[in-house]
Design a protein around this ligand. Structure first.
Ligand code: IMP
Ligand code: MG
Length: 339
């Protein structure tokens, strides 16, 4: 074994989602990248099924695959366990260039797998019932694990973007989707086909001992885009929850679908924090509940009503503090662009 393989990695920070995606990881990661303390920002899994919304200098940008480092001219790596659809990747590069960003910092691991057109057709035909994003994700990972996929390193279109360097310095790993969409921990088969949790980030090629902080994003209510028996259609009949959809703008970034919405499940949040090893969490969209003026959450499978947002926040803080030993910091924020 070569112990000199990573002599110059200083530390690794990871950012992940604690729910079903759409927890404002984009906001968190963009804030972290803007500190300029990182030499690399790396995506470790997934493809353009993700949708990250980034606010910078008063402008709103949307990305699907390219890591947020590109907005700060930091080397942005699409890692070995990602899947890449070259036409969508080129369109995203073009969009970033048109908006004045230098895309020379964007690199793709030669080990990433290529999403082919037939993967997308198969996804649309066979995975409709699961409500996937129709980006060919399951069929592409299916071919990868059946050991018959095509890798970026074998795809002439991507030759100018291939990553041929080692990680060094300070590294930020940018998660996609969220805890309950993880292939192992989610409500299988209503999951995505990749590892959404920090354990998956190690595929980028750093030793786990280098991990410093795990930043994680959650929302003060739960949302689910795509089908899942844990989020039945009847949620769409509840007027209070539909007000959350409206005030929170709960429409999918990638798919344009209405997200099914429910009160925060604190039992699930505790599991997600503890298994992911989250050290710093940001719970966003507090203002949406304030606008509605109704404050509820599930704990011990019981729906609790709070009189004020302060009562609800205090309850969340004390419950998480006593159940999540690795958690150091809990922050709340609104829907606004800044943390
Ligand atoms: P797939 O990843 O396109 O195969 O979709 C599988 C499931 O994960 C579906 O329920 C999608 O709606 C959900 N999903 C995938 N990516 C995201 C995301 O970035 N945010 C929220 N849900 C997602
Ligand atoms: Mg999203």
């Amino acid at each position: 074994m070569n112990f000199l393989e990573h002599p110059s990695i200083n530390y690794v920070d990871i950012c992940c989602g604690l729910s079903w995606g759409d927890e404002a990881k984009g906001k968190m990661v963009s804030h972290l990248a803007s500190t300029r303390e990182y030499d690399f920002v790396c995506r470790w899994a997934g493809g353009n099924n993700a949708g990250h919304t980034i606010y910078l200098n008063g402008n709103k940008y949307k990305t699907h695959l390219i890591p947020t480092g590109v907005f700060h001219n930091i080397k942005s790596i699409i890692g070995p366990d990602c899947v890449i659809h070259p036409p969508s990747f080129f369109a995203e590069l073009e969009y970033l260039r048109e908006n004045g960003f230098d895309t020379k910092c964007v690199k793709v691991s030669p080990k990433a797998h290529v999403v082919q057109h037939f993967h997308i057709s198969e996804d649309k035909e066979k995975y409709k019932e699961q409500g996937t994003t129709s980006n060919g994700i399951a069929p592409c990972y299916g071919d990868k694990f059946a050991r018959k996929g095509i890798r970026a390193g074998d795809c002439p279109d991507l030759v100018d973007y291939l990553w041929d360097e080692k990680l060094h310095g300070n590294i930020l790993c940018e998660g996609a989707q969220g805890f309950w969409l993880d292939i192992n921990y989610g409500n299988y088969p209503y999951v995505t086909s990749s590892t959404t949790l920090p354990y998956g980030a190690c595929c980028l090629g750093f030793p786990p001992q280098k991990i410093r902080r795990i930043f994680a994003a959650a929302k003060i209510y739960d949302t689910r885009s795509g089908n899942d028996p844990d989020f039945p259609e009847t949620l769409l009949d509840d007027p209070e929850l539909m007000s959350l959809v409206k005030f929170g703008g709960e429409i999918g970034t990638t798919t344009g679908r209405i997200r099914k919405t429910n009160w925060l499940n604190i039992d699930k949040l505790i599991v997600a924090i503890n298994i992911s090893g989250s050290t710093d969490i940001l719970i966003s969209k507090v203002d949406v509940l304030e606008k509605l003026g109704i404050f509820k959450a599930f704990h011990h499978n019981t729906l609790i009503h709070f009189d004020t947002i302060k009562d609800m926040k205090d309850y969340i803080i004390s419950t998480l503090s006593s159940n999540c030993p690795l958690l150091d910091e809990i922050k709340f924020s609104g829907s606004a662009k800044d943390i």
